[in-house]
Each structure stands twice: as C-alpha cells, then as structure tokens.
Design a protein around this ligand. Sequence first.
Ligand code: SF4
Length: 348
Amino acid sequence: MNPRRVSKPVQIGNVTVGGGALIVVQSMTKTDTRDIMSTTTQIRELEDCGCELVRVAVLDAEAAQAIQAIKRGVSIPIIADIHFDYRLALMALGAGVDGLRLNPGNIGEPEKVLTVARAAKERNVPIRIGVNAGSLPKPANPQLTIAQQMVEAALQQVRLLESLDFDLIKVSLKAFDVPTTIEAYQDIAQKIPYPLHIGITESGLPRTGIIRSTVGISTLLYLGIGDTIRVSLTAHPREEVIAAYEILKSLDLRQHGPILVSCPSCGRAEVDIVKLAGEVEEELSKVNKPIKVAVMGCVVNGPGEAKDADIGIACGKGRAVLFEKGKKIRTIEEKDFVVALMAEVERF
Ligand code: SF4
C-alpha cells in the first residue's frame, strides 16, 4: 500500500480533514433540509453510527436558514451543498454552516465564486470544489478526456480561490465510471496540496453500489489518495456510513466496532452458518469495541482458519467449540451459540 499523500489540513468545525488526520467518514442527508425535525433526526442517526461530517442539500433560502436550527440539535459539522445560486452559499454562511460544497459546473461567473470565497474566508469556513463528471463546465479544449476535463474544471476554481489567498480548500472529482474517477484523482493529487474528498457518484442501490464504490474508493486509498470518503448509495445514509467504515477497516485505515469473520460454509458444516452468522452480525451491530469475531462451520478447519480472531465459534453437530485467539475456551450447546458467543465478546 502506498504511503498516504501529504495534504494541507483543513478544519471543518471540530473535524480535521487531511494533513495526516484519520480518513474522515461523511454522508449526506436525504431529507428536505427545510424540514428541520426530520433532518435533525437523520443527522442524529448518522452520528450514532459514526458519521463525522454531514452534507445537506440547500435548494432555497428557507433551507439555508434552516441550518441554524439544525446545528443546534446535532453535534457533527454540517456542510451546505450548493448548486446554481451562489447567494444560497452566502445565506448558509450566515446561518453558521461549517463547510460549503460548490459545483463549479453550475455556479456561473468567477465573481460569484469570489464573493462566496470572501465571505467564507472571513468566517474561516472551507469550501469543497465538488466536480461531477455529469455537470462539467464547457471545456476550453474539447480534445481532453472526461478525467482531464474534471481536473481542468477543479484547477480553474482552485486558482480562482487562491487568487484571494483562500486556501481552506478541499476537492472532489466524482464520476460514475470508476476508471475515469481514479484517473482524475491520480492526476489532481500531484497538482494541488489540498485534501481530497473521494467517492463514486450515483453508484446505485446497495448490492451493486457498495461494490462499485468500494472498487473506486479502495483503489484510491491503496494508492495513498483520499482524506475523506463518502459512499453514495440509493439507500438510507446509515448504509453509506456502515459501508465507508467497512472499506476503511478492510484496509486497516480505521478501527470502528467489531469485525465479523465468517466462513462461507460448505458440505462439512452441520449447522446453518448463514443463519448463525446473520444473527451474530445483528448482535455485533450493537457492540462498539474493536474486536474480531469468527463464526466457523466446522471444527476441522474452523479454529485454525480464524486463529487471529479474538473470539470465535467453530460448530459441529448440535455443539460448538468457543475459542479465544485460536485456543479452546469451552464447548457449548446449539441453543446457546449466540448467547454464549456474545457473552465472551462482552467479556473480552
Ligand atoms: S470452516 Fe469448515 S464448514 Fe466452513 S467453509 Fe471451512 S471447511 Fe467448510
């Protein structure tokens, strides 16, 4: 795995992005931001599963102003997502927003972006230049590939903000196409010092969207690129946060709650491993500590294959062996499998 690219840290509320800080997990609410109650509730749900930054869509003045009340009910920093109308960014800043996301493809004249940057600078609020392949400004050179056009669009805005000595910048270059996204990030990573927010846009429903996002995000993280991630899914945003942590845990970049190791099951299994692993996963979702738990279908291979697990269960016919770090603790009856395993998880 490549060492992480060194980026200039930016502070979004109480969260540091870049500069060697842990990779930050973010998501976006799917409620109408004007509905303060629903938006606050959804952000609290996201906080409960570990979300660290949240973006809200700001469609009009009422949504921009709602940020003030929403902020009172939540504890993670809020980023306002602005398209088309730069005045909404000014209103969001007035409402105390912690970060802005602007789409350079639709904000319009440079002077509008500069007006927002001046106001953001006064308040020390970072701006993410969020380029989307689907809404690129007209390229100066039509020969450029989509990835190159994305980089060009971002660099133009970076230069514009830098002309005001504004450096509280974060950049994202998202496309649905994974190779395009990777190419664009690899290119811009060498050209600017700012932190990068990475993700695959509009990646779809969880079953396919998690795979598409994971392929793109993990490849970049493995290359050392990325300071904050969002897994965009057509689902409750909680699913985005869970998937983001699984990606980071798989690459040993973050610890967050338990890791479940379960065997795929095969002809040797004498219990329903799919059902058992599902029940254990459900119980583990209530546990906060970082612990590796194994659910294995047989005693022949089970303890050996999961010997680096902290706590594990290797099942046989009607009975199972509980083990800790590969060493047997005791034998348990099938009716006690989940309860006994969870008791050991609790104790560990
Ligand atoms: S642990 Fe046992 S049951 Fe599970 S896949 Fe391996 S051999 Fe099959």
